[in-house]
Design a protein around this ligand. Structure first.
Ligand code: NI
Length: 145
């Protein structure tokens, strides 16, 4: 990383021990990376309170495909929101249930509204969005892929 500022943090020993145990369990090799991720998480939480904030994410749906009109309803809603749906994956889980993952990009307000609308369709067993604030991801300098 080229451009970093070092900071000192004072912590009670018990708190530090708990933190070290936690991040070891999570697989972090260094405290700095764990702290950076926590800061990004906090910034994201704050930013996605703003419905105008640009966001990216996924909406995961599980539904029973033969329940009255559920497929048609979900398809109608997806077409109405075509500007924010980048891609979708459909997996036939078993005889009755389908898993669908939508990759979405738009304002946080648009993504949340779409997730709410899809989740409220009768026959949808599970509808969960994962929404990230795009700006925070861009600030994640030095993140290795
Ligand atoms: Ni299916």
């Amino acid at each position: 990383m080229d451009n970093v500022t070092r900071i000192g943090v004072s912590l009670e020993p018990e708190l530090l021990k708990s933190f070290d145990d936690l991040i070891e369990k999570m697989g972090y090799e260094a405290r700095s990376e764990a702290i950076r991720d926590l800061i990004r998480e906090a910034l994201t939480k704050e930013k996605i309170k703003d419905p105008e904030c640009p966001g990216v994410g996924t909406i995961t749906l599980v539904y029973e495909h033969h329940k009255g009109g559920v497929r048609e309803r979900l398809m109608d809603i997806q077409h109405q929101h075509h500007q924010v749906i980048s891609s979708s994956i459909h997996v036939h889980l078993d005889l009755d249930r389908c898993l669908e993952v939508l990759v979405v990009k738009g304002t946080v307000g648009q993504l949340q509204a779409l997730a709410d609308e899809l989740g409220a369709v009768k026959g949808v067993l599970h509808g969960d969005p994962v929404i990230m604030a795009e700006g925070v991801l861009e600030e994640a300098e030095g993140h290795e892929h």
